[in-house]
Design a binder for this molecule. Structure first.
Ligand code: GLA
Length: 438
């Protein structure tokens, strides 16, 4: 298929009916407690890291004071183990009184006062995965209303302690119940992850109509093996998964573990680049109080965020798997631009991979190229010109590619950074981004 025709098909296939709450037109970004802080409830001996209002207030401070919010990281999400073991006398969930002494509404106000949004966790079933009270079908409505009353902005609904029939009833029911509250609440469904993530058991058309994002696969852990396992599953199944993503409806390969213990800097860049290609939600699960400057620079890289947040919302694909262990990934972006990722599975030394844009199916022409992680424009490139990229072991080279003719034709911003950000980022037009000037 011609590249332009393929892009059109990809774009149309995402234009299906999406959940009608107007939320998450680009992949949601923020912070989520689970991978790093798990179910640590021992506030007596571990007060800094236990699941408590202090942890979320600390992270809200960091998100709002350290430049994260302006880049789009606005959700601060509570995961499992936040609640009391019993519902209140009116049948409502309640926060653990010791660990959240001022209650969730107070936390929501604290978060909102800082220009952020608060997410919470529930589980469709008798218990959450951590053994806390679940949301059985008779509790769907009251829980949706409780979350709305508290000022919650997003719900992750897990699926432990239920079964396929129960989930088939419960996930759409919660979607309706959230809509009925009148409060816009982003809805993350773990349903497909509990049903193997693939059709015919999973109906992605339906998911697109009832959820804003969904976990398709198993939990990420703090290791490179875990990242690779997730990457393999998502791209091996890209023919199924790629077409179902689009504005308001995203596949979720799980949290970013950049800034934790399991990834080298190269592996961190790889996770960031591949999550951007996948149009994945960007929920960091790390300690923003102590994060290294290296990890922060990767997570705050404006070009990779701009690619992730491209407003067409077309998920990318793996194009090539070379015998050498080099793989090439591609994502079409607005205004004829695209992103390329050259990824190495090797473990010897930086590999010099030679190819051309023509070999990667680009149409005839001259292209401007910006190297995302070295933050430098490269010389203009003709489709037929061979080039070499040097890719580190378990690392990536990521490019933002833009047709030179379009660039010249288009009045307005002459900077890569502005072109690739799209409308969402114009709110932050007063930011200085000198290193991106051509
Ligand atoms: C499941 C989910 C995780 C996390 C835990 C909490 O395993 O997939 O993301 O929410 O439950 O117990």
């Amino acid at each position: 298929m011609q590249r332009s025709a393929l892009i059109l098909v990809l774009a149309f296939s995402t234009a299906t009916l999406a959940l009608d709450n107007g939320l998450m037109r680009t992949p949601p970004m923020g912070w989520l407690a689970w991978e790093r802080f798990r179910c640590d409830t021992d506030c007596e001996s571990d007060p800094q890291n236990c699941i408590s209002e202090t942890l979320f207030m600390d992270m809200a401070d960091r998100l709002s004071e350290d430049g994260w919010r302006e880049l789009g990281y606005v959700y601060i999400n509570i995961d499992d183990c936040w609640s009391s073991m019993a519902r209140d006398n009116q049948g409502r969930l309640q926060a653990d009184p010791e660990r959240f002494p001022r209650g969730i509404p107070h936390l929501a106000r604290y978060v909102h006062d800082r220009g952020l949004k608060l997410g919470i966790y529930g589980d469709l079933g008798t218990h959450t995965c951590g053994g806390y009270p679940g949301t059985t079908l008779d509790k769907v409505q009251i829980d949706a209303q409780t979350f709305a009353d508290w000022g919650i902005d997003m719900l992750k609904l897990d699926g432990c302690y239920s079964n396929a029939t129960y989930q088939e009833q419960g996930y759409p029911m919660m979607s309706k119940a959230l809509n009925a509250t009148g409060r816009p609440i982003g809805y993350s469904c773990s349903w497909p992850a509990y049903q193997g993530g693939l059709p015919p058991k999973v109906n992605y058309t339906l998911l697109g109509q009832i959820c804003n994002l969904w976990r398709n696969y198993g939990d990420i852990q703090d290791s490179w093996d875990s990242v690779l396992n997730i990457v393999d599953w998502f791209f091996n199944n890209q023919d199924v998964l790629q077409p179902v993503a689009g504005p308001g409806q995203w596949n979720d390969p799980d949290m970013l573990i950049i800034g934790d213990f399991g990834l080298s800097m190269d592996q961190s860049r790889s996770q960031m680049a591949l999550w951007a290609i996948m149009a994945a939600p960007l929920f960091m699960s790390n300690d923003l109080r102590t994060i290294s400057s290296g990890a922060r620079a990767i997570l705050q890289n404006k070009a990779v965020i701009g690619i992730n947040q491209d407003h067409l919302g077309i998920q990318g694909r793996r194009l090539i798997k070379e015998k050498s262990g080099i793989e090439v990934y591609w994502r079409p972006l607005s205004k004829g631009a695209s992103a390329l990722v050259f990824f190495s599975r090797r473990s010897d030394m930086p590999y010099r991979y030679m190819t051309s844009l023509k070999m990667l199916n680009y149409t005839l022409g001259v292209y401007k190229v910006y190297d995302v992680f070295s933050e430098k424009p490269l010389p203009e490139l003709k489709d037929s010109t061979d080039f070499v990229v040097s890719v580190n072991p378990s690392g990536v080279v990521m490019w933002y590619v833009y047709p030179a003719a379009e660039w010249r034709k288009e009045a307005g911003p002459s900077r890569f950074s502005e072109k690739l950000r799209g409308p969402k980022f114009h709110r932050y037009a007063n930011e200085v981004d000198a290193p991106l000037v051509l």
